[in-house]
Design a protein around this ligand. Structure first.
Ligand SMILES: [Zn+2]
Length: 647
């Protein structure tokens, strides 16, 4: 997962006409050549050796060069206007799309550079202003290009076919045009579109759905800030103020009183604000349903799945297959209870480690060699690109934390230069796994841009978490096979169980909640705090099973989950990991042909509909097979952990 942030244009990628050949193998800077460095999140950026920082020169050589490019972009945008009303002419259509995508690409260089600068200098006002300016330029481009979409959608299929034969250069834009025209029958009159846009409809937005929060989501966020969170007692017996940032830490405390206190305090406080929180969530769901109905969809689910070209069967299949496998989750809950030596297991017992922390230090050089070895089954070309990116000297990575650097990890790309990988590497096993994850994203972009033109390059969010989680699975597999110590092995296996619990079971539970509550709105049932709690309570009890002790406030958890405002997004975490596990398992079982099929999917970018690309890699999410494979992995891991614990 690790969607590090939802702001700005960071994840927009770029297109050009150039097809770049696969790179030659580049010898990695050897571990011995790398300067010794101990990560310290309080260090100044200047204290970190240059080799561990990314190189932004492939984007712009300086902030001045960046600003010149931004001004040039603003100067060029009005050039689009020349094509307004003329897209029924094939030559104009081609020229217009060429210009639009060139400007789009320029805009992405400008926004990516500003965003990357900001991510390592968060409180720098000059850099923050750069981000604002880059977003403003992108907004201006989107406004200026709005006519393209409308004109393309109103072309007849026949006239478009005529245009394709008259202008062979248009073929390159086919995936883009096909995707746009797929929902042409959902387009309303210009007046209706104008009104919907004013009201914030995002079903047609070309930017990521979740970039711009709805007023309801904003109100929800503001409410969470205003709520006076109570004090709790920490491990030392000191009073500390609970907040949403430290909640996760106290919930995972090995002191049971502390974690019980944290959960009781959070949920109890949420209960005091339940009516306002129910109103913001019900308002959001009402909005989702209204947008869907405005375009003639029966349900919000249909509308938001159709937006990404995903069959609703994928959603239904996820929910029903995971429900059929809930006994495995129940077994895991029992296992935790036993491992922790508890008589009864509560929500606050689900987040603490059940194997004593294995204090393994994994310095970067070691992580790099582990990742390279673990992903070796993906073949020599993948390995070469990976080795290049993991060589700090090549400037892809910003590896270590420092003062004023953003948190988390992400990968971002524009078309042309190498991808960028943002890390806060602190020598832990988890950091190594994050590095493998982010390189899954980075290599996905890298492969796609080597093969696809711009129009077929930018893979959709639905596919994004497949490559990353496949890498994590292969790494986990490799580390378990190499573990010599039983405790280390158990630790790694439990990590895998936790990943599947958190990403497949929990997100599917969220997905089920989302579908049910949208259903209430659609059938006209008033969505009250009581109904939300009842619905959530029912899910919690069903998911965690008969061995789980349900506490009176457990049903309040719905109230602080921001993902419910993301419009049918959470299911894609579950399908992403499911696909990643299924592909890793295929690569292990079938070897080269499975690896080749996976790489073809990555290189496919957005050249075909997402489910088609995924099917090419051997995963059909409209059927239970991949989910069953992931569940089988969960089951086998449970077996192994149970055996290790008996010893
Ligand atoms: Zn990710």
């Amino acid at each position: 997962m690790r969607i590090a942030n939802r702001s700005g244009w960071k994840n927009l990628l770029i297109w050009t006409l150039v097809t770049v050949p696969l790179v030659a193998v580049v010898a990695s800077t050897s571990a011995a050549d790398l300067p010794a460095f101990t990560p310290d999140s309080n260090a100044a950026r200047s204290a970190i050796p240059e080799v561990f920082k990314w190189d932004l020169a492939p984007l712009f050589s300086s902030d001045e060069a960046w600003d010149a490019a931004r001004l040039k972009l603003l100067q060029d945008i009005p050039g689009l206007e020349a094509y307004h009303g003329k897209l029924n002419d094939p030559a104009s259509l081609r020229a217009c799309l060429e210009l639009y995508f060139r400007l789009h690409s320029d805009g992405n260089f400008v926004t990516l550079y500003a965003n990357l600068r900001q991510s390592t200098a968060q409180s720098d006002e000059t850099v923050n202003a750069m981000v604002q300016r880059s977003l403003a330029a992108m907004d201006e481009l989107m406004q200026a290009a709005a006519f393209i979409r409308r004109e393309v959608l109103t072309l007849s299929t026949e006239s478009l076919e005529v245009a394709y034969s008259a202008e062979p250069g248009l073929a390159e834009y086919r995936p883009y045009l096909d995707n746009l025209r797929r929902r042409a029958n959902r387009l309303l009159s210009p007046e209706a579109e104008r009104v919907l846009a004013l009201l914030g409809d995002n079903l047609w937005a070309e930017i990521d759905l979740n970039e711009i929060p709805s007023p309801l989501e904003t109100a929800f966020g503001a409410l969470l800030i205003d709520i006076p969170w109570p004090e709790i007692t920490d491990e030392e017996g000191e009073k500390v103020r609970l907040n949403l940032a430290n909640y996760g830490r106290y919930r995972a405390s090995d002191n049971r009183d502390v974690r019980r206190g944290a959960v009781a305090a959070l949920f109890g406080t949420l209960r005091q604000y339940q009516h306002a929180l129910a109103a913001t969530l019900a308002g959001q769901f009402q909005l989702d349903v209204d947008y869907a109905r405005a375009r003639g969809y029966d349900t919000a689910l249909d509308a938001y799945m159709d937006k990404d070209g995903i069959d609703t069967a994928v959603y239904d299949n996820l929910v029903s297959t995971i429900n059929a496998n809930l006994p495995l989750l129940h077994r895991y809950v029992e296992l935790r209870k036993k491992a922790l030596g508890l008589e009864d297991i509560h929500l606050y017992d689900l987040y603490i480690p059940i194997v004593d922390g294995v204090a393994v230090d994994v310095p970067f050089a070691e992580a790099r060699s582990n990742i390279l070895a673990a992903l070796d089954p993906l073949g020599a070309d993948y390995g070469a690109a990976l080795a290049k990116g993991l060589d700090p000297a090549n400037g892809w990575m910003d590896l270590y934390p420092h003062r004023d650097k953003g948190s988390g990890a992400f990968s971002a790309s524009v078309y042309g230069p190498h991808p960028y990988v943002f890390m806060n590497y602190q020598d832990s096993l988890d950091d190594m796994s994050t590095l493998a994850h982010e390189f899954g994203h980075a290599l996905h972009s890298d492969l796609a841009m080597k093969v696809q033109p711009y129009a077929g390059f930018r893979y959709v969010p639905f596919l994004a978490e497949v490559a990353s989680t496949c890498n994590e699975s292969l790494l986990s597999e490799y580390l378990v096979s190499k573990a010599t110590d039983a405790a280390e092995k158990a630790y790694l296996l439990v990590e895998r169980l936790e990943t599947i619990r958190g990403t497949i079971f929990r997100q599917t539970m969220f997905a089920e909640f989302e579908r049910r509550v949208h259903g209430y709105v659609e059938e006209g049932t008033p969505v009250t705090a009581a109904l939300l709690e009842e619905t959530y309570s029912d899910l919690v009890q069903r998911y965690y099973g008969p061995g789980y002790t349900f506490d009176e406030n457990d049903g309040m958890e719905w109230a602080y989950i921001p993902h419910f405002y993301y419009k049918y997004y959470v299911y894609s975490y579950a399908t992403g990991l499911t696909s990643g596990i299924a592909i890793a398992e295929r690569v292990k079982r079938l070897g080269k042909p499975a690896a080749a099929a996976f790489l073809a999917m990555l290189a496919g970018g957005a050249s075909a509909p997402p489910l088609e690309l995924l099917a090419g890699a051997g995963v059909d999410l409209t059927k239970p097979d991949a989910l069953d494979a992931a569940m089988k992995t969960f089951e086998e891991t449970l077996d192994q952990v149970e055996k290790l614990m008996e010893k």
